[in-house]
Write a protein that binds this ligand. Structure first.
Ligand SMILES: NCc1[nH]cc(CCC(=O)O)c1CC(=O)O
Ligand SMILES: [Mg+2]
Length: 327
């Protein structure tokens, strides 16, 4: 029998050697935990389609963030779930400094100055149309949306945001927001652009959590077609030129090729959003005993890092932090 002299199994023969040759490692500093804020007091309501994920009122969210900081999680992406009566066409509440969202950001910063706060910048949580941009005659109007988003971004920076995360996919918003932030003295506030955000089925549980599904139509005129990858390079080129500090791909698991594409072509950090549906799939299978929760979680988040994402937004951040500590 003639075998090749190269035997890859030699490098797998013991835990020690496997450790030596291991190329990718997850660490808690890679993660951003998305958190959901609701109105009221002393409330923690589990999201039905996201077992283990809660919508917290501000007071409970403060406790939650304290707990996560102790676990080593440094950065939080805060999403508001607001009542219908506060929403309007112009997403006015999005830049209301006395509203529950911006007030809560301030409270978090006051209590935990060390916490790094990321915001979601889009109109949908505040819009009576449930779209990320401004709606006129059934169309999402780009430039008016960008103006509204600019106001929101400055208000978020004033409330203490460290990283602004435009998730709306309007053209030109990164450059516009950068200009406004700089003009207002917020040169240190970073922009993590949702650069390649796809029109995905995997946002379903998130829209349940926020009750933010579009009131008509879909998001296909602004979010990308899942069939396209070269278009992601066009989006990246624009965001890079407009001053984005980090480029995000969303969702993550069905878009590992896009993560790799951007990582190969851009020398700023790439982020990926391991979205609600990707979380829900593993949780649902694990609850039925069809998958091992911890192993499936670890493997899927590891694959996102291996593909080239340095930063991972994931609802698994807490569980992963505990798992990594126990190793
Ligand atoms: N601007 C909205 C927004 N920001 C983050 C998510 C999805 C996050 C997730 O599914 O976990 C969405 C949903 C959407 O675009 O409809
Ligand atoms: Mg773009």
């Amino acid at each position: 029998m003639e075998l090749n002299i190269r035997r890859p199994r030699r490098n797998r023969q013991s835990a020690a050697i496997r450790g030596l040759v291991e190329e990718t490692n997850l660490q808690v500093s890679d993660f951003i935990l998305p958190v959901f804020l609701i109105e009221g007091k002393n409330k923690a309501v589990e999201v039905a389609s996201m077992p283990g994920v809660y919508r917290h009122s501000a007071d409970r969210l403060l406790d939650e963030i304290g707990y996560c900081l102790d676990l080593g999680i440094t950065t939080f992406d805060v999403f508001p779930a607001l009542s219908e009566d506060i929403k309007d066409r112009y997403a006015t509440e999005g830049s209301n400094p006395d509203g529950v969202y911006l007030q809560t950001l301030q409270r978090i910063k006051e209590k935990y100055p060390e916490a790094c706060l990321m915001t979601d910048l889009a109109m949908d949580p505040y819009s009576s149309d449930g779209h990320d941009g401004f709606v006129e005659n059934g169309q999402i109007v780009n430039d008016i949306s960008v103006e509204i988003l600019g106001k929101m971004a400055v208000a978020q920076a004033r409330a203490g945001a460290d990283i602004i995360g435009p998730s709306d996919m309007m053209d030109g918003r990164v450059g516009y927001i950068r200009q406004l932030l700089d003009a207002e003295g917020f040169t240190n506030v970073a922009i993590m652009s949702y650069t390649a955000k796809y029109a995905s089925a995997f946002y379903g549980p998130f829209r349940d959590a926020l009750d933010s599904a579009p009131r008509f139509g879909d998001k296909k005129t602004y979010q990308m077609n899942p069939a396209n990858s070269r278009e992601a390079l066009v989006e990246a080129e624009l965001d890079y030129a407009e001053g984005a500090d980090m480029l995000m791909v969303k969702p993550a698991l069905a878009y590992l090729d896009i993560i790799k594409l951007l990582n190969d072509n851009y020398n700023i950090p790439i982020a990926a959003y391991n979205v609600s549906g990707e979380y829900a799939m593993i949780k649902a299978a694990a609850q039925r005993g069809w998958l091992d929760n911890d192993r499936a979680m670890f493997e899927s988040v590891l694959s996102i890092k291996r593909a080239g994402a340095k930063i991972i937004l994931t609802y698994f951040a807490k569980e992963l932090a505990v798992l990594l500590k126990s190793r």
